[in-house]
Unconditional design. Structure first.
Length: 265
């Protein structure tokens, strides 16, 4: 499937901070939050979501073309900013889906502001810790090692590694790495207080997980499911850490189906 361009591509200023926003489609409003490994370019996955929802896909603060303000140093800072973004877009309640770091941010958003959400989808989300689960240290890996870790299908990693290393791409990757370090260095990619707060999530929640995620193994997906009342877990076969890139049709379909099922709330 080829990806038509976004219907919306603009820079917004939200409480003095510039935010890059992509979007498109019609229907139920869906806020999608990307992971730390990619800037939020418009992919077939986005087009598939926009075919069934009104999609809002911002670059997270400190990633892509969005600013990284000096006050940004926690995942909670991201969540508060997103509430300001929803206000700026005049969106009272939305469905929210997030991948990896974006999933952690989405969960924090649901913890503190469930009344602004219609549903929540967590995709291979960071944020939780289990002592029996080993999580590789991304800060010790180079770019090639990271890409090979993230994908089950190594041909995807091969294609990405074959892309020209332009100064712009290198600068964006460095920008994102610095942002990830600011919000997720210590403790490493989790919040020790988050588990005890997940009872505050009072919206329909689904957890989507790549069957062969080697960064955050499936046991962490089971931990999310068990910690959030009523949550369900869907395992995506033949998939690593990045279902939107590796299994875009399956991932987008599960999200859109969940939005449809909870759209009248």
């Amino acid at each position: 499937m080829t990806s038509a361009g976004p219907g919306r591509d603009e820079m917004l200023t939200v409480r003095g901070v510039r935010v890059h926003l992509l979007g498109g489609g019609r229907g139920e409003p869906l806020l999608y939050l990307h992971g730390a490994g990619t800037t939020n370019v418009w992919l077939p996955f986005h087009a598939q979501l926009a075919a069934r929802c009104q999609l809002y896909a911002p670059d997270l603060l400190g990633f892509g073309a969005s600013d990284r303000p000096e006050w940004l140093d926690t995942v909670q800072d991201h969540a508060v900013h997103l509430l300001d973004l929803l206000d700026a877009l005049d969106l009272e309640r939305v469905h929210v889906a997030g991948l990896s770091l974006g999933g952690w941010i989405a969960a924090e958003l649901a913890v503190w502001a469930s009344h602004r959400l219609k549903s929540l989808t967590l995709i291979d989300a960071a944020g939780l810790y289990r002592p029996d689960v080993e999580v590789p240290d991304l800060f010790m890996l180079d770019h090639a090692e990271t890409l090979r870790l993230l994908f089950e299908d190594q041909t995807i990693a091969d294609r990405l590694l074959a892309l020209p290393e332009t100064p712009e791409l290198v600068a964006q990757r460095l920008k994102g790495n610095v942002t990830l370090a600011r919000v997720g260095w210590n403790p490493y990619l989790y919040d020790p207080k988050l588990m005890q707060r997940l009872h505050r999530i009072r919206v329909p929640t689904q957890v989507l997980w790549g069957e062969r995620d080697r960064l955050f193994p499936l046991a962490l997906g089971e931990a999310w499911r068990d910690a959030i009342a009523g949550a369900t877990l869907q395992v995506i076969p033949r998939c690593g850490h990045v279902p939107p890139a590796e299994q875009p049709a399956a991932c987008a379909g599960l999200i859109a189906d969940f939005v449809d099922a909870n759209g009248s709330r």
